[in-house]
Design a protein around this ligand. Structure first.
Ligand SMILES: [Mg+2]
Length: 346
């Protein structure tokens, strides 16, 4: 069957009882990669269970009308002498057009970075102190209003956008987080941020440290510096359907919407991992399935909150729970589950 769209690669697992044969009719000869070395051949019998990746070069520009044709035949070796039908063909996969990935959804404060950006910025206030009347505005439902008043206070005390942005770049990353973000193979994993901080902080920190392109999407409260240099903040959304979340940000809703949106774009997440530290990370964690992962930061409030919500409200997380101290702990667990999750060069 001809394909108008050629995949750049295809991964499949071969067990020790199987062999594969590839057929193609163009010079788009795929090359195969396996954990035990490179291969350049169109058939292979596995000695052990092996994950193989076929990488297809781009179409030959000299043959613009080339209509590639190929199929993948996986054969059970014990039946190799019989006329069995192919178990899976490229046409089946291509017709479905699905791209399977793993999704890592991250909280930001005390998860990607090792501090709370909203409280860190208050060091720019006179004597590093926020007046009691502004502190009194804080409530679980009113974090955005509270932060808006803090930014108004900083502005009235001549704090500049440059000072605020420079202050953000001082914050260090949580242990192993840069390693985790930079070693994920982006053809197999997507990373998103869902945070109750604000877009200016998150965007600036990630961009300054060269990590912005490692994040597929940032979901957070919109923010911008106005003409006078005051940081203006908006709620991400206004919701009353989830009592586990604040009115301005239900991380569970955002996560589910993103999964649906990507499914419409033919990206299916085989596993979802939520990485967080705080109580507002409970809602998205609760929505995950037994094939997914919740990574609460060791020693932070989400760990106890998970136990509390189970004991007091019978809210039981179905996903696999693993605490983490370092992003490398997360990488190890996910790599065991998803072979070749890290980039091949590492
Ligand atoms: Mg947090």
């Amino acid at each position: 069957m001809p394909f108008s769209c050629f995949p750049s690669n295809l991964s499949f697992v071969l067990t020790e009882h199987e062999a594969y044969v590839f057929h193609w009719t163009t010079d788009n000869v795929p090359s195969f990669r396996s954990p035990d070395g490179s291969r350049e051949q169109n058939s292979h019998a596995a000695k052990q269970t092996t994950l193989l990746t076929a990488q297809f070069p781009k179409s030959n520009p000299q043959v613009p009308n080339c209509r590639p044709y190929f199929s993948l035949l996986v054969i059970t070796r014990r039946l190799v002498r019989t006329n069995i039908e192919p178990r899976v063909t490229m046409s089946q996969i291509a017709n479905e057009g699905k791209h399977e990935k793993i999704l890592l959804a991250f909280d930001f404060d005390h998860t990607i970075i090792n501090d709370n950006s909203d409280t860190y910025v208050t060091k720019l206030a006179p004597n590093g102190k926020i007046p009691p009347e502004i502190k009194a505005l804080y409530s679980d439902q009113g974090w955005t209003l509270f932060m808006s008043e803090i930014f108004r206070y900083l502005h009235s005390n001549k704090t500049t956008p440059k000072q605020i942005l420079e202050c953000m770049t001082e914050i260090s990353f949580s242990p192993g987080m840069v390693d985790l973000l930079t070693t994920l193979d982006q053809t197999k994993a997507e990373a998103i941020v869902i945070s109750d901080a604000n877009y200016i902080f998150i965007d600036h920190i990630l961009t300054f440290h060269g990590l912005k392109d490692r994040i597929n999407k940032i979901f957070t409260n919109p923010a911008k510096f106005n003409n006078e240099g005051r940081l203006e903040l908006e709620m991400y959304h206004v919701q009353d359907s989830c009592s586990l979340s604040t009115v301005n940000l239900c991380k569970g809703q955002i996560l589910e919407s993103y999964i649906e949106e990507r499914a419409k774009e033919n990206v299916i997440f085989t596993h979802i991992a939520f990485v967080g530290d705080g109580e507002n990370d409970f809602c998205p964690s609760l929505r995950l399935s037994p094939k997914d992962f919740v990574f609460p930061r060791e020693g932070y409030s989400l760990v106890k909150h998970i136990e509390k919500m189970k004991a007091e409200q019978g809210l039981h997380i179905k996903a696999n729970i693993h605490t983490w101290k370092s992003g490398l702990d997360i990488l190890k667990i996910l790599s065991d589950k998803v072979p070749l999750l890290v980039q091949p060069s590492l």
